[in-house]
Design a protein around this ligand. Structure first.
Ligand code: SF4
Ligand code: SF4
Length: 362
């Protein structure tokens, strides 16, 4: 395989020790050994040695959520995400992409999003129009909020407007490139998409990334690949926490629990702003596996090709939630919010960070 020496060393460094097995949300949800980092490293080491074919492991390579739980737990300190993404690139280069990945790439070419959604939700379009004036600050909604989680985007726009923030939302927002990076890794096409986004982002002094996956892409991949992003990037949660004094939410006895998105808690090491918000609105009850130890609750991209697995992943996270005293689950990722909402147990409530604050400010 044409992957970096570091990725090869990473595959070879795996001791197949099982330490990461219990922590993989996909492996846990399905009970399938093949879906853990350990088994994937083993399969890829067979490909490296010519004992298996790349096409035989292609599906397996797309069963990883890139959530980083195994990276955090790995006994030898290596990063399975590194080889998973490089092997995805190799699969693309060799023309071995599974059909469901090709479909999403075709959708991206045709509509700018992996789901093939052709037009904006009417209410979201209206909300975007209300913030279309050019300012120094761009609220970047991201693919998932724009196409599959419009309420998430509308609430974020309403909250910033309520707090008197001057900001702009684009009707035609560029793709940040994270979807390409997730589906085919760091190809030339991925970097071209990102460079185009940088041109737009640099028209602003500040970019507020609503989706943690965009924030992580702007702050990590753009920087690592020297794409020249000059705008200051802030996460929506950190901006919202900074507005608490202005918003003055009413604190209630409502018990809340926060679903830390992996990109915020692990990649960007941001865990506190959301907790400041929860504590300002009610009582924060932590779930098992929170903060940097967070457990992935599902995502919309994988829901396109592994809906049954995403249902199990979300159900597992709801089990963690139900073990707390909380009545309401608060989400900071549009993607996780939508998948967890699809599989919400009866009688439980799920809200967005912005929705929680809007409610507490009524
Ligand atoms: S990144 Fe997450 S989903 Fe992928 S193997 Fe590691 S723990 Fe499992
Ligand atoms: S903990 Fe690390 S070394 Fe052990 S099986 Fe998992 S990925 Fe391999």
């Amino acid at each position: 395989m044409l992957i970096s020496n570091k990725a090869k060393q990473t595959i070879d460094a795996c001791r197949f020790c099982w330490m990461c097995r219990h922590i993989c949300p996909i492996g846990n949800a399905t009970g399938q050994e093949r879906e853990t980092a350990r088994a994937r490293a083993l399969a890829l080491s067979l490909v490296e040695r010519g004992a298996a074919k790349l096409e035989d492991v292609a599906d397996n390579v797309y069963e990883c959520a890139l959530c980083g739980a195994c990276t955090k737990e790995c006994a030898t300190g290596w990063d399975p995400i590194l080889f998973t993404k490089e092997v995805r690139r190799e699969i693309a280069m060799e023309g071995l992409l599974p059909k469901y990945i090709e479909t999403m790439l075709d959708n991206l070419d045709a509509t700018g999003n992996a789901y093939g959604v052709k037009s904006l939700n009417a209410k979201l379009k209206k909300a975007i129009a209300s913030a279309s004036e050019k300012t120094d600050t761009l609220l970047f909604l991201g693919q998932d909020a724009r196409t599959k989680a419009p309420t998430y985007a509308i609430e974020a726009i309403e909250l910033l407007q309520k707090a008197g923030v001057k900001f702009t939302v684009l009707e035609n927002e560029p793709n940040s490139g994270w979807v390409y990076d997730t589906l085919v890794g760091a190809t030339d096409e991925t970097k071209e998409v990102m460079k185009k986004a940088v041109e737009t982002l640099n028209e602003y002094k500040t970019v507020i990334a609503l989706d943690p996956v965009d924030a992580k892409t702007f702050l990590r991949e753009y920087k690592e690949w020297g794409l020249g992003l000059k705008a200051k990037v802030e996460t929506f949660t950190s901006v919202a926490a900074g507005l608490l004094k202005k918003l003055k939410p009413k604190k209630s006895e409502h018990k809340l629990s926060f679903q830390d998105p992996a990109q915020l808690a692990r990649d960007l090491e941001e865990t506190e702003p959301a907790r400041e918000i929860l504590n300002a609105c009610g009582e924060n009850c932590e779930m098992l596996l929170h903060g940097k130890d967070t457990m992935f609750g599902g995502n919309l991209l994988m829901n396109e090709y592994m809906p049954d697995t995403m249902a199990k992943v979300a159900a597992d996270r709801w089990v963690n939630f139900e073990a707390t005293d909380a009545q309401t689950l608060v989400c900071a990722s549009p993607s996780e919010y939508e998948v967890l909402k699809m599989h919400k147990p009866a009688g439980k409530k799920i809200v967005t960070v912005a929705g929680l604050l809007l409610d507490a400010c009524k």
